[in-house]
Design a binder for this molecule. Structure first.
Ligand code: MLT
Length: 266
């Protein structure tokens, strides 16, 4: 398993033939997982610009997203997973519509992965489901010989922040590598993958020594740049929610129409 720490480094990875897991813990991929898991939304279309999102709004899509962590003026929704979790309950938004989403980093990471064989969406909220999906896929698409120089069949693409790596996505990459450990063909490959895995293991070794199955990563996440930014913007509850593990048992996947929907399992 390879890790790309920021979309600005994606040109250094070969995408063709790979299964790419896109991750933007704070908060785009946590929103996508929550939206598709619990709110009756059938599909979410990632787009790169505010203008593109507005044009999908005219076609009946719910317009969602942020710039700098703040909801875009005129959009129906911002980029809070808790907002997605409330959809369909007391919300005035019609969840039979699809969502068009544009965010500072997360939607870019998805759109920069389009050359991959398959793109799925990861977050701590669906970590186990993603790990299980990858393990099954790795049996169906075993490594070809020529993959050995490029790191194998799975690439975790971290959204980072404006071209820089970030703590929370790197931690997730390490957690996913750790969750797949022991499966042939899913070893950590390259220094970015080792860095992510060792970061995760360093953060969790204390918990594991105390036999805690789900280590609490919230304290370290609150130290991250975007964790602090979200707290400043009044979204501390989002930070806590995004660090919850295995809340949802779904794997969102980009389809041929450019929309993300729940991947069939089994
Ligand atoms: C992003 O794409 O950068 C984010 O999801 C930002 C955020 O809303 O927290």
């Amino acid at each position: 398993m390879e890790v790309c720490l920021t979309p600005d480094l994606i040109h250094q990875h070969r995408l063709e033939g790979k299964l790419v897991v896109v991750v933007d813990i704070f908060r785009a991929t946590s929103c996508i997982v929550t939206g598709l898991a619990g709110s009756h939304i059938q599909a979410i279309r990632p787009v790169s610009t505010v203008e593109e999102c507005l044009s999908y709004g005219q076609k009946g899509y719910i317009m969602a997203g942020e710039r700098g962590g703040i909801q875009v003026d005129g959009f129906d929704m911002g980029n809070s997973p808790l907002e997605y979790a409330r959809l369909g309950k007391n919300s005035a938004i019609d969840t039979s519509q699809k969502v068009a989403i544009t965010t500072t980093n997360g939607s870019t990471a998805i759109l920069k992965s389009l050359a991959a064989r398959e793109i799925i969406i990861g977050a701590f909220l669906n970590l186990r489901a993603v790990a299980d999906y990858i393990i099954v896929q790795s049996r169906q698409h075993p490594l070809r010989k020529d993959d050995s120089t490029t790191g194998g069949g799975v690439l975790i693409h971290c959204a980072g922040w404006e071209g820089r790596p970030n703590l929370e996505d790197t931690l997730f990459a390490g957690a996913l590598i750790d969750a797949c450990a022991g499966t042939q063909g899913l070893e950590a490959c390259g220094d970015s993958a080792l860095l992510a895995r060792e970061l995760y293991r360093a953060q969790t070794s204390h918990h594991l020594q105390n036999a805690c199955v789900n280590p609490d990563l919230r304290p370290v996440a609150l130290e991250s740049d975007h964790g602090k930014r979200l707290v400043r913007l009044g979204h501390a509850d989002d930070v806590h929610f995004c660090m919850e593990r295995d809340k949802y048992d779904i794997v969102p996947k980009l389809n041929g129409e450019g929309e993300i929907a729940v991947a069939p399992t089994g």
